[in-house]
Ligand binder design. Structure first.
Ligand code: HEM
Length: 129
């Protein structure tokens, strides 16, 4: 067999090998991403399914006071109001209740509003007394 042809076959084998190694790497990354996604979804499902049996202290609620991560407590229930705050008809006034119990303020401004109906899906837990 001519020298040149053996050389080019060797080169093409190396290229194939490299391609397989690269593919393995991509598949590995994909598997890791999928595992993370499944784990996060499972955690989220557990959190929302058991929102009544997840307890938070006032100290923990106090850690969530930014526009991107805002919790409040209404009548003993802990809500993540980050998303709702963006559409709150009373604008940024809702942030007066950030990281704390907003029951008094809420009832002062709109005692007729049904909180559970509007933000029930954002319940993250219950306040540990
Ligand atoms: C510290 C907490 C809160 C404060 C200080 C506050 C304050 C206000 C204010 C000042 C208004 C405007 C009233 C007006 O324009 O006449 C308003 C409207 C409203 N807020 Fe809040 N809010 C708070 C939390 C919430 C939460 C957690 C919800 C959701 C459950 C909510 C739902 C509403 C609704 C539905 C309206 C419209 C009420 C209506 O026009 O009948 N608010 N709020």
């Amino acid at each position: 067999m001519p020298q040149e042809s053996r050389g080019s076959r060797y080169l093409s084998r190396t290229a194939t090998l490299k391609a397989y190694v690269f593919l393995d790497f991509v598949i590995l990354i994909l598997i890791i991403c999928m595992q993370r996604f499944i784990e996060e979804t499972r955690k989220l499902k557990q959190m929302t399914a058991n929102a009544n049996s997840v307890f938070y202290t006032a100290e923990e609620v106090k850690q969530h006071t930014t526009d991107d991560d805002c919790w409040t407590v209404y009548k003993g229930i802990v809500y993540d109001i980050t998303e709702y705050a963006k559409v709150h008809p009373g604008g940024r006034k809702i942030f007066l209740g950030k990281g704390k119990d907003c029951t008094e303020l809420f009832d002062k401004y709109h005692p007729w509003v049904n909180a559970q109906y509007l933000i029930g899906k954002y319940q993250v837990g219950v306040l540990r007394q």
